[in-house]
Design a protein. Structure first.
Length: 499
């Protein structure tokens, strides 16, 4: 059986704890790989390597860093398919979706390639007699990233390229459910010329996470995952004196007004709710239909959802793959099975879906729930699967109030032809990312990604300017130099003294 080991100091390091976790092919249910789970001592060793590497990398020139990043970008581009295949094999998403994930990660690598302009400081001259004041940004040291299973390549690339471009060294603790993509990213970085110890991958479970959160030589922690874990990460790491950006869960809404293009809205709802099997924090999981268009919209969504082909991610005809684990599949199914008892109309029930020849895979079909109540489990919880809830309101104002009452504030969208309504919505809605006729408003790399309320813990969003500020700290320098004409008598610096 294949074993995924750690990547520390620019090379593979075998696990020493004796503990391993299973890695399953979601399409077959077969355990194909085992991943080493680090002990606290192994985490300490990796941090020591990163700390040593920071002594030189933190002082390296911007030219040296960007040279590596440009080479890295080229290698990632050349290996898109190989990375995507690893994602499909362990996560289950279809190959085209995995390729899209790599492309979005590459955006942040490209942003890191241009770090020279992002790290420019400021200068104010003559703020007082012969006094200048400048501000600069410097790296903070060893930083850690703890990333989720749903985007095993993209989310790590949202973190470490900017961190190392700013001069930090990085410890990545990816999900133990699909670890291979992270090792591939680190191997390519070494091939691109990144010095040993600058980027390290330590696999593990809660033991490794807790060791990172408590380690005195870790200066900052980035996290993406569920809200309960994000809250724990933020509380624990902050108590240990670290900077934290912890992105939590979501319940993303799509408000559809009566004037909207219903075909476009239905297309968007299906792609945003069921793409990547609903296993993404920016998935639209709740459609709020306003007024009399609800019945028509639900029917259009149903028609489209029934045509989605579900199958193995390596089958080019598949449009949606399996869920990551059997346990997660069963949890997602439980929301659908209990929906009718909590007042919903079950328009589509995908809980008994299977794929011929791969019956042991973690399969679930598409589910559509109408007339969902706000106090039901299917609405309140982040299901993280291909389940779309439809809620109905009579007015725009009721719809906005419903969305703003959610404890989550990650992303949201409005579908309308009315520019005035869209403008009101983007100002009134309580969410960090807003789409206008765009169902999944994930910002491009040079803007920052992050939500509000229970979707974000910490002061910084991820990547973009927020990411650069998170991985650096400011320093202000106030300088006074004597004028050459003030030189002591008898010392001639070549400056005339008649001015």
């Amino acid at each position: 059986m294949k074993t995924v080991n750690h990547w520390i100091g620019g090379k593979t390091v075998e696990g020493a704890s004796g503990n391993y976790g299973p890695v399953t092919d979601p399409a077959t249910g077969e355990v194909t790989t085992q991943v080493a789970l680090a002990s606290g001592a192994e985490v300490d060793a990796a941090v020591a390597v990163a700390k040593e590497a920071f002594l030189s990398w933190g002082q390296s020139s911007l030219a040296a860093r960007t040279k590596v990043l440009f080479a890295y970008r080229a290698l990632l581009d050349a290996n898109r398919d190989a990375i995507a295949e690893l994602i499909t094999a362990e996560h289950g998403k279809v190959h085209s979706d995995a390729l899209g994930e790599v492309a979005r990660g590459l955006e942040i690598v490209e942003l890191a390639c241009g770090i020279t302009t992002q790290l420019k400081g400021e200068l104010s001259t003559s703020v007082s007699n012969r006094v200048d004041v400048s501000s600069i940004r410097q790296p903070i040291g060893v930083v850690a990233g703890i990333t989720p299973f749903n985007f095993p390549a993209m989310v790590p690339m949202w973190m470490f390229p900017l961190a190392v471009a700013c001069g930090n060294t990085f410890i990545l603790k990816p999900s133990e459910k699909d670890p291979s993509a992270s090792n591939k990213l680190a191997e390519l970085a070494t091939e691109a010329g990144l010095p040993a110890g600058v980027l390290n991958v330590v696999h593990g479970d809660k033991v490794a996470v807790d060791a990172l959160l408590a380690h005195p030589d870790i200066a900052a922690v980035s996290f993406v995952g569920s809200t309960p874990i994000a809250r724990h990460i933020h509380t624990t790491a902050s108590a240990n004196g670290k900077r934290v950006q912890a992105l939590g869960g979501a319940k993303n809404h799509m408000l559809v007004l009566p004037d909207a293009d219903l075909d476009a809205a239905a297309d968007a709802a299906v792609s945003a709710a069921y793409g990547s099997a609903g296993e993404r924090c920016m998935a639209i999981s709740a459609v709020v239909a306003v007024g009399a268009i609800a019945d028509t919209l639900v029917e259009k969504i149903r028609e489209r959802a029934e045509k989605i082909k579900i199958g193995p991610g390596n089958d080019p005809t598949s449009e949606m793959g399996p869920l990551i684990t059997a346990a997660h599949r069963d949890k997602v199914a439980s929301y659908v099975k209990g929906a009718a008892a909590q007042g919903a109309d079950v328009v589509l029930d995908g809980t008994d879906y299977t794929v011929e020849g791969n019956e042991n895979g973690h399969w679930i079909g598409l589910s559509l729930l109408d007339n969902v109540k706000t106090d039901s489990d299917a609405y309140r919880d982040e299901i993280f699967g291909p389940v779309l809830c439809v809620l109905r309101t009579e007015t725009y104002e009721e719809g906005v109030a419903l969305i703003n009452a959610s404890p989550f504030g990650n992303g949201t969208a409005i579908f309308t032809r009315d520019g005035g309504a869209a403008r009101r919505f983007q100002l009134e809605i309580q969410a960090g990312m807003v789409g206008v006729n765009v169902p999944i408003p994930v910002p491009v790399g040079y803007h920052s990604f992050g939500g509000w309320k229970d979707s974000l813990f910490g002061d910084h969003h991820i990547y973009g300017n927020d990411g650069i500020h998170f991985y650096t700290r400011g320093k202000v320098v106030t300088t006074r130099w004597p004028d050459p004409s003030d030189a002591p008598a008898g010392v001639d610096l070549g400056f005339p003294r008649n001015h």
